[in-house]
Ligand binder design. Structure first.
Ligand SMILES: [Zn+2]
Length: 405
């Protein structure tokens, strides 16, 4: 396995915690602690849809203990998150009152609801331009009105969307979003040409990765917010080093490599995400100097300085990659079961770009009949890719999906 780190929901915490801990030492900013702290809680929206934003010092994941369906009470546990003395406040929209206090193994958020509502979605936003902390976001939606009321409720829904969007656009949305700068996403369809990748019952990995990459490209471009660069858009072989170069030359904000897993046990299925871990980063530096690739990319002169810069860039990048990995798993898990399992190292060289946040998504097992059906069927594949697009929106803090759901 070497230094490749498969990201599960828990290992993300360890990875991000380690990365932030290192940064704090470098910056002299704070003593390294073990978990995240709740910084503050904010509410926005109205009685149709209400958003709760928990500002956190670090990455965290939440567990729903009660989703509001039964007793107008939402409880979300945040294991590993500390809360100093507790926080509470009055309500807004669907929330009558809220409390954050000590829960099992961490903090616990409790919401008393003012009306029948349930959790519509939850996600983690990593630090973005202009926002220095993590945000754990919970969206509540009022229980769907009876069919006769739907026609009348449309203006209210529109108002809700705009008020949530307003709330988001003030404190949560990155300041840079005011500029019409498109984020550059590099989509890497795994394998290709002479390298077929894994073999399924109905075809090769290289074909489903290309089809998925094309689907993701058109979905991202349709939003008008992203510039998409493909490492390949035909059935050709592209060397791993060239794929990494494409990402750097494009000045990518995010690099996502799409693959399909394989296993000797045909019952194995599920999606997973990789990022680089410490030992791989050591290898990255070696890989870079050996291929003379970092030097070509514009760094020269004092070797010590460029080593420090490379190291710092890698720490930041690793942190961001891990954040995106968690956001991605959250979204993909709506469509695919998740898996934790070791992985072959071949193909992972595409993650070795020192300054581009990068993940490798195994969309599912091509050797499993159910997963292969998801990957081969255009509409199911599109839905899966749409969840990847949602994750990219989450990562860049786009408050845009409210209108489409
Ligand atoms: Zn592959």
């Amino acid at each position: 396995m070497g230094g490749i780190f498969r990201i599960g929901r828990k290992s993300v915490l360890a990875l991000v915690g380690a990365a932030v801990g290192c940064l704090a030492v470098v910056a002299g900013a704070q003593a390294a602690g073990s978990g995240a702290d709740v910084l503050k809680v904010r509410l926005g929206g109205d009685r149709t849809e209400t958003r709760i934003v928990i500002d956190l010092s670090r990455s965290a994941s939440g567990k729903v203990a009660s989703n509001g369906a039964e007793d107008r009470r939402v409880v979300v546990n945040l294991p590993g998150v500390s809360i100093d003395g507790g926080l509470q406040g009055g309500g807004l929209g669907l929330v009558k009152a809220w409390v954050v206090d000590d829960g099992p193994g961490g903090a616990r958020l409790r919401l008393d609801l003012a009306a029948d509502a349930t959790i519509k979605r939850r996600f983690l936003l990593p630090p973005a331009d202009g926002v220095s902390n993590y945000r754990y976001v919970i969206d509540l939606a009022a229980k769907a009105p009876a069919a006769t009321q739907v026609a009348h409720s449309e203006p209210a829904v529109a108002r809700a969307e705009s008020s949530v969007a307003r709330f988001l656009s003030a404190p949560v949305r990155p300041t840079k979003a005011a500029l019409p700068m498109k984020k550059v996403i590099v989509i890497d369809a795994g394998h290709g040409g002479k390298d077929p990748g894994a073999r399924g019952a109905d075809g090769n990995e290289k074909d489903v990765t290309l089809a998925a990459a094309r689907a993701l490209k058109s979905q991202l471009e349709r939003t008008g917010r992203y510039k998409v660069v493909m490492t390949r858009d035909t059935d050709v072989y592209v060397d791993h080093g060239v794929r990494v170069q494409i990402a750097r030359r494009a000045d990518a904000d995010l690099f996502i490599s799409l693959h399909a897993d394989s296993g000797s046990d045909p019952s194995l299925r599920g999606a997973s995400v990789y990022t680089l871990a410490d030992r791989a980063i050591g290898r990255s530096a070696k890989f870079v100097s050996k291929d003379d690739w970092f030097m070509q990319a514009g760094s020269h002169g004092d070797n010590g300085v460029s080593t420090i810069l490379l190291d710092l860039t890698q720490r930041m990048t690793r942190n961001r990659s891990a954040s995106f990995a968690e956001v991605l798993l959250n979204r993909v898990s709506d469509h695919q079961p998740l898996l934790r399992r070791s992985h072959r190292e071949a193909g992972l060289a595409v993650l070795l770009a020192p300054d581009v946040p990068a993940v490798l998504l195994e969309m599912g097992f091509i050797t499993n009949a159910e997963d292969e059906a998801v990957l081969r069927d255009p509409s199911r594949r599109n839905r899966l890719m749409s969840s990847v697009g949602d994750a990219i929106d989450d990562y860049f803090g786009q408050p845009t999906k409210l209108a489409s759901r």
